[in-house]
Design a protein around this ligand. Sequence first.
Ligand code: PLP
Length: 417
Amino acid sequence: MSTPVSYYFLAEGCSYFDVHAIRRDFPILAQRVNGYPLVWLDNAATTQKPWAVIDRLSSFYAHENSNIHRGAHQLARQATEAFEAARETVARFLGAPSSNTIVFVRGTTEAINLVAQTWGRQEVGAGDEIVITYLEHHSNLVPWQMLAAEKGAKLLAAPVDDTGQVMFDRYVSLLTPRTRLVAFAHVSNALGTVLPVREMTAAAHAAGARVLIDGAQAVAHMPVDVTTLDADFYTFSGHKVFGPTGIGVLYGKPEVLTAMPPWHGGGSMIRDVTLERATYQDPPARFEAGTASIAAAIALGAALDYLDRLGVANVARYEHELLAYATGAMLTVPGLRLIGTAQEKASVLSFVLNGHHPDEIGTALDRHGFAVRSGHHCALPILRRFGLDATVRSSLAMYNTRDEVDRLVMALSRLTG
Ligand code: PLP
């Protein structure tokens, strides 16, 4: 097994953040693409995986593979223990009160659809209101549109100002006694805006609404504590926090999950079943029909342990400085306009360049080894708010460096020059 190099630098509680040691934990970052060193700046789409995750996946399949929860043999016990230990790790990582509040799903999209189609179908009726924001990813928009259409409910969106931050007073003015649910991103994937989630949650609760926070773009970049946030639901995807694809998390307050009906039926989500009817397990098993992504859940636990060893607060501090540096550097590129300039931001630099379509820039950068994204980033309403249907998005993670930012700025300057 490969040794996580950065562990030695940080194991003693030292807060020194050695980005080069961390980079050595991520084998893909040493690759060349199109003859150039890979510069991975597509972290908002997905993050790269450290040896700790790669090794955990392969050791599971090499030594422990079994289905879980239903076998009496040794490997079934071992796999079940590892799977449930991963659930404990997620609970600790999110500051959740117990592992029973953690439901394993495929990702953020599935988590939000689960809430819409279980809690939503039960709790939202004709004339009720659901409040979101203009910043939402389609995954935190379309499920609510579908629910509103099915139930005859109204979907309202809080506007943002010219920096890309939610206009708090306008948001509060949307909250009424008819508001059943408020759903918003912790961090916008298109602009990088960090929303004032604590204040937004408190205002929604004061209006009697439940709150779902889409944490897909937050967990890899800042400490998250669902108890302090007082979120009713919090969701994230494993692949955006250095874990595998095909695994994600829905956190729900115990009393909220307990009152929710199941979604998918089958497998061991039942307590008992006859040909006529079934009774269901308590959460989280009630919401985990069928065979789970067992190895992926266990490897997600390894990803969170890895991040924990580095210290999420250290990661946040490092990335904050890197983002400030990158913002200043990007603004030196002639004709570059940053989209999303809120005071509180994380990871994302979204931009357009005079006279160049975003796709053209993406392709030109790719030829030089840069992985950035061009397009609508599955968040069309917010781009249209800025009169656009596409931007170039470069998104940073803890393994990116100032040197990579300098090279990006140089490449962009050459394009415009
Ligand atoms: N929400 C946000 C803010 C996102 O950035 C994404 C993915 O980009 C999603 C939801 C959907 O995540 P997934 O595709 O992993 O389900």
